[in-house]
Design a protein around this ligand. Structure first.
Ligand code: FAD
Length: 429
């Protein structure tokens, strides 16, 4: 083959979703993936929100290999000696269809690849694209070593670092402020033990997010997701903060310290580590989204910076799927007109802007500034823990009224002006 209608670079969720839609419509589509198989290079904490994607691929996810349906959310603030956990368990999370599920990417991406192949997409693993191929000022294919593969349209779905988008001039090299580094381990445990640890029934899952002293004042936090017979445990830390605040600390060492916390040790003890991975996460939000289309080229998923860290949720997988589908639909429109110019493919941006994922990115566009506040990771967890320690403890001294304890602790621990300033900033989200 030296010419196909569409080449998709990257068999992640964005690329495979685009391939599924295009192949379903009878388009000749080729997905090239540098990994040994789809999902082999993909890292994710592992929670997929299904509501934003369901309507785009109706019925497809009914038989997907999900790990567990999330019915319990925990948020834990950590200081060097204490932890405060908020837990939300609700019957509403048990309703069908599920709001969110956990997935293991190596399994989930392969399944989606099979579905796209069944529709007629060709998927070639072990194929690394080096550059785009330009003709008459527009993208007209891809180059790998000396091979040139021509195409009417290339979809860059090659993940956060997207050399394709960069080489095609769609964006500059990433700024450290817009990227975080994630490390993740999959730790196998018996199914029943996972259920007992989190108070779950078979098929039910829990998530737990951690922030506070574990990141040494840097923006980021820890996560834990329950799979059927394993836990996905990891940490995500701002690369800017790593470079500026702690250039000598390695994320791997921080992660090892995190695993030694008593709150974690008890959950993973006896477990067997089966996978360790590290990957970047685009966290710049709306303001870091590059140009999304050019003549012969569309950019989707992480490659387009479509990821939202809201502090208590991290969403990239649903955004990858939705943008992949919309990129596919934009190609179908352009194909009908036999016009693959930037003007024609620009419909992709219109589709994206009309989607709920883009609206969420817009609503929470100030999230990166809000989350870069070090008080969130140092002071506030300390205040919460000090306050609760005072309220829960009973000493030989007479206790004060709770209202007095609250005011005293807050004014002792925080400069009032900081709280007011932070609340003022929070109005933006
Ligand atoms: C530690 C961590 C935790 C996360 N947790 C969550 C979470 O819980 N929930 C959530 O929704 N999101 C989460 N995310 C974000 C989510 O994983 C991503 O947003 C999502 O995977 C993006 O999908 P994608 O298809 O755009 O890119 P990817 O999944 O990165 O796929 C890109 C593909 O392109 C291939 N590729 C790259 N370059 C080339 C090339 N030159 N030639 C050929 N192939 C190439 C890669 O091998 C890869 O398969 C997390 C991310 C990390 C790192």
């Amino acid at each position: 083959m030296d010419k196909v209608e569409v080449v998709i670079v990257g068999a992640g969720l964005a690329g495979l979703s685009a391939a599924y839609v295009l192949a379903d419509a009878g388009v000749e589509v080729l997905v090239v993936e540098r990994g040994d198989f789809p999902g082999s290079k993909n890292v994710s904490g592992g929670r997929l929100y299904l509501e934003p994607v369901r309507a785009y691929l109706p019925g497809l996810f009914d038989e997907a290999p999900f790990e567990r349906q999330v019915v319990k959310e925990r948020l834990t603030m950590l200081t060097s000696e204490s932890s405060v956990t908020v837990e939300l368990a609700s019957d509403r999370f048990r309703s069908s269809p599920a709001n969110s599920v956990t997935v293991l990417r190596a399994r989930f991406d392969q399944w989606l690849a099979e579905k796209a192949s069944e529709k007629g997409a060709f998927i070639i693993p072990g194929y690394k694209v080096d550059d785009v191929w330009m003709e008459e000022g527009r993208v007209a294919g891809i180059r790998s070593n000396e091979d040139i593969l021509q195409a009417d349209v290339v979809i860059a779905a090659d993940g956060v670092l997207s050399f394709i988008a960069e080489k095609a001039g769609m964006r500059e090299c990433h700024q450290p402020r817009n990227v975080a580094l994630g490390v993740k381990e999959i730790i196998e445990l018996p199914e029943k033990r996972i259920q007992d640890l989190f108070g779950l029934k078979a098929g039910e899952g829990a998530t737990q997010l951690f922030f506070g002293s574990i990141t040494e004042g840097m923006m980021g936090g820890g996560f834990l997701y329950t799979n059927q017979t394993s836990l996905s445990l990891g940490m995500v830390i701002s690369i800017h903060d790593l470079m500026q605040k702690h250039p000598t600390i390695s994320p791997h060492d921080l992660f090892e310290l995190f695993k030694k916390r008593p709150e974690i040790e008890v959950l993973i003890s006896g477990g067997h580590s089966v996978e360790y991975s590290a990957h970047d996460v685009p966290e710049g939000g709306l303001k870091s989204i590059p140009r999304l289309y050019a003549g012969g080229l569309l950019v989707a998923g992480d490659a387009a910076g479509l990821c939202l860290n809201q502090g208590i949720t991290l969403r990239g997988m649903d955004m990858a799927i939705v943008s992949g589908v919309l990129a596919g639909r934009a190609v179908l429109d352009a194909r009908q007109k036999k016009d693959y110019t930037a003007e024609s493919l620009g419909i992709y941006e219109k589709y994206l802007k009309g989607s709920s994922i883009y609206q969420d990115l817009s609503t929470f566009q100030h999230m990166p500034e809000i989350l870069s506040n070090p008080r969130l990771f140092e002071k506030y967890p300390e205040v919460a823990s000090e306050l609760l320690l005072e309220i829960f403890r009973v000493d030989a001294q007479p206790k004060q009224k709770i209202s007095r304890t609250v005011l005293r602790t807050i004014s002792r621990e925080l400069l009032k002006v900081d709280v007011l300033r932070d609340l003022w900033h929070m109005r933006k989200i």
